[in-house]
Unconditional design. Sequence first.
Length: 354
Amino acid sequence: RSLMNLGELVSALNDFASLSLAESWDNVGLLVEPSPPHTVNNLFLTNDLTEEVMEEAVQKKADLILSYHPPIFTPLKRVTWKTWKERLVVRALEHRIGIYSPHTAYDAIPHGVNNWLTKGLGACTSIPLHPSTAPSYPAEGTHRVEFCADNTEYLDMVLSKIKDIQEISCLTTLPARVEGEEQTRVSLNCSQKALLDVVALLSQNSLLYHKTEILVLQKPPLPHTGMGRLCTLSEPVSLSDVIERIKSHLKLPHVRLAMGMGKTLESPVKKAALCAGSGSSVLKGMEADLYLTGEMSHHDVLDAVANGISVILCEHSNTERGFLSELRDMLAIHLQNKINIIVSEKDRDPLQVA
Protein backbone atom coordinates (compact mmCIF):
# COMPACT_ATOMS: atom_id res chain seq x y z
CA ARG A 1 0.00 0.00 0.00
CA SER A 2 1.15 3.52 -0.71
CA LEU A 3 0.34 5.71 2.27
CA MET A 4 -1.55 9.00 2.15
CA ASN A 5 -0.80 12.10 4.12
CA LEU A 6 -3.65 13.63 6.10
CA GLY A 7 -4.08 16.60 3.75
CA GLU A 8 -4.45 14.34 0.68
CA LEU A 9 -6.91 12.09 2.49
CA VAL A 10 -9.06 14.96 3.76
CA SER A 11 -9.22 16.47 0.30
CA ALA A 12 -10.18 13.05 -1.15
CA LEU A 13 -12.92 12.73 1.50
CA ASN A 14 -14.18 16.21 0.61
CA ASP A 15 -14.34 15.10 -3.04
CA PHE A 16 -16.37 12.05 -2.03
CA ALA A 17 -18.97 14.29 -0.35
CA SER A 18 -18.81 18.07 -0.53
CA LEU A 19 -19.04 19.61 2.94
CA SER A 20 -21.05 22.47 1.39
CA LEU A 21 -24.00 20.03 1.37
CA ALA A 22 -24.05 19.85 5.19
CA GLU A 23 -26.74 21.77 7.07
CA SER A 24 -25.75 25.25 8.25
CA TRP A 25 -26.05 24.27 11.96
CA ASP A 26 -23.74 21.28 11.57
CA ASN A 27 -20.05 20.99 12.49
CA VAL A 28 -18.33 19.01 9.74
CA GLY A 29 -14.87 18.38 8.32
CA LEU A 30 -11.52 17.85 10.05
CA LEU A 31 -12.14 18.47 13.77
CA VAL A 32 -8.87 17.24 15.30
CA GLU A 33 -5.55 17.44 13.47
CA PRO A 34 -2.23 16.07 14.80
CA SER A 35 0.85 18.15 13.97
CA PRO A 36 2.11 17.61 10.40
CA PRO A 37 3.52 15.60 8.80
CA HIS A 38 0.81 13.04 9.55
CA THR A 39 0.64 9.87 7.48
CA VAL A 40 -2.55 7.81 7.36
CA ASN A 41 -2.29 4.07 7.04
CA ASN A 42 -5.44 3.07 8.97
CA LEU A 43 -8.77 4.86 8.55
CA PHE A 44 -11.27 3.91 11.26
CA LEU A 45 -15.04 4.32 10.69
CA THR A 46 -17.60 4.79 13.46
CA ASN A 47 -21.09 6.21 13.82
CA ASP A 48 -20.47 7.64 17.31
CA LEU A 49 -17.09 8.28 18.89
CA THR A 50 -17.47 7.16 22.51
CA GLU A 51 -14.58 6.52 24.90
CA GLU A 52 -15.00 2.78 24.36
CA VAL A 53 -14.75 3.28 20.59
CA MET A 54 -11.71 5.55 21.06
CA GLU A 55 -9.93 2.75 22.98
CA GLU A 56 -10.69 0.40 20.09
CA ALA A 57 -9.32 2.95 17.58
CA VAL A 58 -6.10 3.26 19.63
CA GLN A 59 -5.73 -0.55 19.78
CA LYS A 60 -6.31 -0.86 16.04
CA LYS A 61 -3.66 1.81 15.39
CA ALA A 62 -6.03 4.25 13.69
CA ASP A 63 -4.38 7.32 12.15
CA LEU A 64 -7.69 9.00 11.31
CA ILE A 65 -11.16 8.38 12.74
CA LEU A 66 -14.09 9.15 10.48
CA SER A 67 -16.91 9.66 12.99
CA TYR A 68 -20.26 10.18 11.26
CA HIS A 69 -21.55 12.23 14.22
CA PRO A 70 -19.24 15.13 15.15
CA PRO A 71 -17.78 14.41 18.61
CA ILE A 72 -17.07 18.14 18.97
CA PHE A 73 -20.28 20.05 18.40
CA THR A 74 -20.65 22.85 20.92
CA PRO A 75 -17.36 24.75 21.35
CA LEU A 76 -14.93 23.49 24.00
CA LYS A 77 -13.66 26.17 26.38
CA ARG A 78 -10.85 23.94 27.60
CA VAL A 79 -9.36 20.52 26.90
CA THR A 80 -8.95 18.69 30.22
CA TRP A 81 -9.59 15.24 31.65
CA LYS A 82 -12.89 16.40 33.24
CA THR A 83 -15.54 15.59 30.59
CA TRP A 84 -15.73 12.72 28.16
CA LYS A 85 -15.75 14.93 25.01
CA GLU A 86 -12.57 16.70 26.17
CA ARG A 87 -10.96 13.34 27.00
CA LEU A 88 -11.61 12.20 23.40
CA VAL A 89 -9.57 15.15 22.10
CA VAL A 90 -6.76 14.54 24.63
CA ARG A 91 -6.62 10.83 23.71
CA ALA A 92 -6.72 11.54 19.97
CA LEU A 93 -3.83 14.02 20.10
CA GLU A 94 -1.73 11.88 22.49
CA HIS A 95 -2.02 8.97 20.06
CA ARG A 96 -1.67 11.16 16.94
CA ILE A 97 -5.15 10.33 15.63
CA GLY A 98 -7.07 12.83 13.51
CA ILE A 99 -10.87 13.11 13.70
CA TYR A 100 -13.03 13.91 10.66
CA SER A 101 -16.83 14.18 10.67
CA PRO A 102 -19.12 14.34 7.60
CA HIS A 103 -22.56 14.05 9.30
CA THR A 104 -25.31 15.81 7.26
CA ALA A 105 -23.09 15.97 4.14
CA TYR A 106 -23.43 12.16 4.07
CA ASP A 107 -27.21 12.46 4.60
CA ALA A 108 -27.55 14.66 1.52
CA ILE A 109 -25.41 12.87 -1.09
CA PRO A 110 -27.12 10.53 -3.58
CA HIS A 111 -24.96 7.59 -2.40
CA GLY A 112 -25.30 8.42 1.30
CA VAL A 113 -27.03 7.39 4.53
CA ASN A 114 -30.62 8.15 3.49
CA ASN A 115 -30.15 6.34 0.20
CA TRP A 116 -28.90 3.30 2.14
CA LEU A 117 -31.93 3.51 4.45
CA THR A 118 -34.36 3.41 1.48
CA LYS A 119 -33.10 -0.11 0.72
CA GLY A 120 -34.95 -1.28 3.84
CA LEU A 121 -38.27 -0.67 2.09
CA GLY A 122 -37.63 -3.00 -0.86
CA ALA A 123 -37.81 -1.92 -4.50
CA CYS A 124 -38.73 1.75 -4.69
CA THR A 125 -37.91 5.06 -6.35
CA SER A 126 -36.96 7.99 -4.15
CA ILE A 127 -36.56 11.77 -4.25
CA PRO A 128 -35.16 14.10 -1.56
CA LEU A 129 -37.76 15.68 0.75
CA HIS A 130 -35.72 18.89 0.93
CA PRO A 131 -33.50 19.15 -2.18
CA SER A 132 -30.01 20.64 -1.81
CA THR A 133 -29.19 23.57 -4.04
CA ALA A 134 -25.95 24.19 -5.92
CA PRO A 135 -23.32 25.62 -3.55
CA SER A 136 -22.98 28.98 -5.30
CA TYR A 137 -24.77 31.21 -7.78
CA PRO A 138 -23.47 30.90 -11.36
CA ALA A 139 -22.96 34.67 -11.19
CA GLU A 140 -22.47 36.94 -8.21
CA GLY A 141 -25.59 38.50 -6.80
CA THR A 142 -29.06 37.40 -5.77
CA HIS A 143 -31.23 39.41 -8.20
CA ARG A 144 -31.28 40.30 -11.88
CA VAL A 145 -32.72 43.62 -13.02
CA GLU A 146 -33.73 44.18 -16.67
CA PHE A 147 -35.20 47.22 -18.41
CA CYS A 148 -35.55 48.75 -21.89
CA ALA A 149 -34.81 52.38 -22.70
CA ASP A 150 -34.55 54.74 -25.67
CA ASN A 151 -31.01 55.42 -26.82
CA THR A 152 -30.65 58.87 -25.31
CA GLU A 153 -28.21 60.77 -23.17
CA TYR A 154 -30.55 60.00 -20.28
CA LEU A 155 -29.73 56.28 -20.67
CA ASP A 156 -25.99 57.04 -20.69
CA MET A 157 -26.43 59.01 -17.46
CA VAL A 158 -28.40 56.16 -15.82
CA LEU A 159 -25.74 53.63 -16.90
CA SER A 160 -22.90 55.74 -15.51
CA LYS A 161 -24.75 56.06 -12.18
CA ILE A 162 -25.39 52.31 -12.11
CA LYS A 163 -21.66 51.68 -12.58
CA ASP A 164 -20.98 53.67 -9.39
CA ILE A 165 -23.13 51.30 -7.28
CA GLN A 166 -21.22 48.63 -5.34
CA GLU A 167 -22.02 44.89 -5.71
CA ILE A 168 -23.23 44.97 -9.31
CA SER A 169 -22.02 42.42 -11.84
CA CYS A 170 -22.76 41.16 -15.37
CA LEU A 171 -23.94 44.55 -16.62
CA THR A 172 -24.84 44.08 -20.31
CA THR A 173 -26.55 46.23 -22.91
CA LEU A 174 -28.13 44.76 -26.05
CA PRO A 175 -29.88 46.45 -28.97
CA ALA A 176 -33.59 45.58 -28.91
CA ARG A 177 -36.61 46.35 -31.09
CA VAL A 178 -39.65 47.21 -29.01
CA GLU A 179 -42.84 47.84 -31.05
CA GLY A 180 -40.73 48.72 -34.08
CA GLU A 181 -38.49 51.17 -32.24
CA GLU A 182 -34.75 50.77 -31.71
CA GLN A 183 -34.07 50.56 -27.97
CA THR A 184 -31.41 49.24 -25.60
CA ARG A 185 -32.09 46.34 -23.26
CA VAL A 186 -30.07 46.60 -20.06
CA SER A 187 -29.50 43.61 -17.78
CA LEU A 188 -27.51 43.40 -14.55
CA ASN A 189 -27.01 41.16 -11.52
CA CYS A 190 -26.87 42.68 -8.06
CA SER A 191 -26.95 41.92 -4.35
CA GLN A 192 -29.96 42.57 -2.12
CA LYS A 193 -28.28 45.79 -0.90
CA ALA A 194 -27.46 47.06 -4.41
CA LEU A 195 -31.00 46.24 -5.57
CA LEU A 196 -32.41 49.00 -3.36
CA ASP A 197 -30.02 51.55 -4.92
CA VAL A 198 -30.79 50.39 -8.48
CA VAL A 199 -34.55 50.56 -7.87
CA ALA A 200 -34.22 54.04 -6.28
CA LEU A 201 -32.30 55.23 -9.34
CA LEU A 202 -34.74 53.77 -11.89
CA SER A 203 -37.81 55.02 -10.02
CA GLN A 204 -36.74 58.62 -10.76
CA ASN A 205 -38.07 58.10 -14.30
CA SER A 206 -41.56 56.59 -14.33
CA LEU A 207 -41.33 55.48 -18.00
CA LEU A 208 -38.15 53.55 -17.30
CA TYR A 209 -39.50 52.21 -14.03
CA HIS A 210 -42.60 50.72 -15.67
CA LYS A 211 -40.40 48.78 -18.07
CA THR A 212 -38.30 47.25 -15.29
CA GLU A 213 -38.36 43.56 -14.40
CA ILE A 214 -36.74 42.13 -11.29
CA LEU A 215 -35.91 38.43 -11.21
CA VAL A 216 -34.92 36.59 -8.05
CA LEU A 217 -31.94 34.38 -8.91
CA GLN A 218 -32.21 30.91 -7.46
CA LYS A 219 -29.48 28.35 -7.09
CA PRO A 220 -30.50 25.29 -9.10
CA PRO A 221 -31.42 22.16 -7.08
CA LEU A 222 -28.90 19.30 -7.26
CA PRO A 223 -30.47 16.08 -8.59
CA HIS A 224 -30.97 13.22 -6.05
CA THR A 225 -29.31 15.33 -3.33
CA GLY A 226 -30.81 16.66 -0.11
CA MET A 227 -32.33 15.87 3.27
CA GLY A 228 -34.67 12.90 3.76
CA ARG A 229 -36.24 10.80 1.02
CA LEU A 230 -39.79 10.29 -0.24
CA CYS A 231 -39.99 6.72 -1.48
CA THR A 232 -42.63 5.28 -3.78
CA LEU A 233 -42.69 1.50 -3.52
CA SER A 234 -42.84 -0.39 -6.84
CA GLU A 235 -45.58 -2.60 -5.35
CA PRO A 236 -47.69 -1.55 -2.34
CA VAL A 237 -47.04 -3.89 0.61
CA SER A 238 -48.74 -4.31 3.96
CA LEU A 239 -47.44 -2.42 6.98
CA SER A 240 -46.48 -5.70 8.64
CA ASP A 241 -44.35 -6.69 5.60
CA VAL A 242 -42.60 -3.30 5.62
CA ILE A 243 -41.80 -3.76 9.32
CA GLU A 244 -40.19 -7.14 8.60
CA ARG A 245 -38.16 -5.69 5.71
CA ILE A 246 -36.87 -2.83 7.85
CA LYS A 247 -35.94 -5.13 10.74
CA SER A 248 -34.07 -7.37 8.35
CA HIS A 249 -32.23 -4.48 6.64
CA LEU A 250 -31.24 -2.84 9.94
CA LYS A 251 -30.56 -6.21 11.61
CA LEU A 252 -32.86 -5.35 14.53
CA PRO A 253 -34.96 -7.79 16.59
CA HIS A 254 -37.68 -5.15 17.03
CA VAL A 255 -38.70 -1.59 16.13
CA ARG A 256 -41.23 0.79 17.71
CA LEU A 257 -44.49 1.30 15.84
CA ALA A 258 -47.23 3.94 16.08
CA MET A 259 -50.18 2.94 13.93
CA GLY A 260 -51.81 5.72 11.89
CA MET A 261 -55.43 6.55 12.71
CA GLY A 262 -57.72 4.05 11.00
CA LYS A 263 -54.78 1.86 9.90
CA THR A 264 -54.05 -1.82 10.63
CA LEU A 265 -51.05 -4.09 10.08
CA GLU A 266 -52.71 -5.12 6.81
CA SER A 267 -52.98 -1.53 5.52
CA PRO A 268 -51.02 -0.99 2.28
CA VAL A 269 -47.89 1.16 2.25
CA LYS A 270 -47.23 2.82 -1.11
CA LYS A 271 -45.39 6.00 -0.09
CA ALA A 272 -42.90 6.25 2.76
CA ALA A 273 -41.06 9.37 3.93
CA LEU A 274 -37.82 8.63 5.74
CA CYS A 275 -34.93 10.39 7.41
CA ALA A 276 -31.95 8.80 9.14
CA GLY A 277 -31.36 9.83 12.77
CA SER A 278 -33.80 12.31 14.26
CA GLY A 279 -36.37 13.01 11.57
CA SER A 280 -39.06 15.28 13.05
CA SER A 281 -38.11 18.54 11.32
CA VAL A 282 -37.42 16.89 7.96
CA LEU A 283 -40.59 14.75 7.91
CA LYS A 284 -43.07 17.32 9.29
CA GLY A 285 -46.03 17.93 7.00
CA MET A 286 -44.98 15.35 4.38
CA GLU A 287 -47.78 13.30 2.85
CA ALA A 288 -47.06 9.59 3.08
CA ASP A 289 -48.47 6.31 4.41
CA LEU A 290 -45.45 5.85 6.66
CA TYR A 291 -42.69 7.82 8.39
CA LEU A 292 -39.45 5.92 9.02
CA THR A 293 -36.76 7.44 11.24
CA GLY A 294 -34.63 6.81 14.34
CA GLU A 295 -36.38 9.02 16.87
CA MET A 296 -39.21 11.53 16.96
CA SER A 297 -40.79 13.58 19.72
CA HIS A 298 -43.99 12.30 21.33
CA HIS A 299 -46.03 15.22 19.97
CA ASP A 300 -44.74 14.80 16.43
CA VAL A 301 -45.70 11.12 16.59
CA LEU A 302 -49.22 12.11 17.78
CA ASP A 303 -49.51 14.56 14.87
CA ALA A 304 -48.53 11.94 12.31
CA VAL A 305 -50.90 9.34 13.76
CA ALA A 306 -53.81 11.83 13.77
CA ASN A 307 -53.15 12.39 10.06
CA GLY A 308 -53.40 8.65 9.37
CA ILE A 309 -49.64 8.23 8.99
CA SER A 310 -47.95 5.26 10.69
CA VAL A 311 -44.55 5.83 12.30
CA ILE A 312 -41.67 3.37 12.66
CA LEU A 313 -38.87 4.37 15.06
CA CYS A 314 -35.66 2.33 15.20
CA GLU A 315 -33.53 4.42 17.66
CA HIS A 316 -31.29 7.18 16.35
CA SER A 317 -28.06 5.52 15.29
CA ASN A 318 -29.66 2.22 14.21
CA THR A 319 -30.91 4.08 11.12
CA GLU A 320 -27.33 5.12 10.26
CA ARG A 321 -24.79 2.57 11.42
CA GLY A 322 -25.41 -0.08 8.77
CA PHE A 323 -24.28 2.43 6.16
CA LEU A 324 -20.68 2.18 7.46
CA SER A 325 -19.92 -1.16 5.80
CA GLU A 326 -21.25 0.20 2.49
CA LEU A 327 -19.16 3.34 3.07
CA ARG A 328 -16.04 1.21 3.64
CA ASP A 329 -16.49 -0.41 0.21
CA MET A 330 -17.15 2.92 -1.55
CA LEU A 331 -14.17 4.63 0.10
CA ALA A 332 -11.88 1.70 -0.74
CA ILE A 333 -12.65 2.33 -4.42
CA HIS A 334 -12.55 6.14 -4.07
CA LEU A 335 -9.17 6.02 -2.28
CA GLN A 336 -7.85 3.40 -4.76
CA ASN A 337 -7.15 0.91 -1.95
CA LYS A 338 -4.25 3.08 -0.78
CA ILE A 339 -5.13 2.75 2.88
CA ASN A 340 -6.59 0.21 5.24
CA ILE A 341 -10.23 0.92 6.24
CA ILE A 342 -11.62 -0.57 9.47
CA VAL A 343 -15.22 -0.42 10.77
CA SER A 344 -15.65 -0.17 14.54
CA GLU A 345 -16.96 -3.25 16.34
CA LYS A 346 -17.64 -1.44 19.63
CA ASP A 347 -19.89 1.25 18.12
CA ARG A 348 -23.57 0.63 18.98
CA ASP A 349 -26.77 2.47 19.84
CA PRO A 350 -26.80 3.37 23.56
CA LEU A 351 -30.43 2.21 23.94
CA GLN A 352 -31.51 -1.37 24.31
CA VAL A 353 -34.64 -3.12 25.54
CA ALA A 354 -34.24 -4.22 29.18
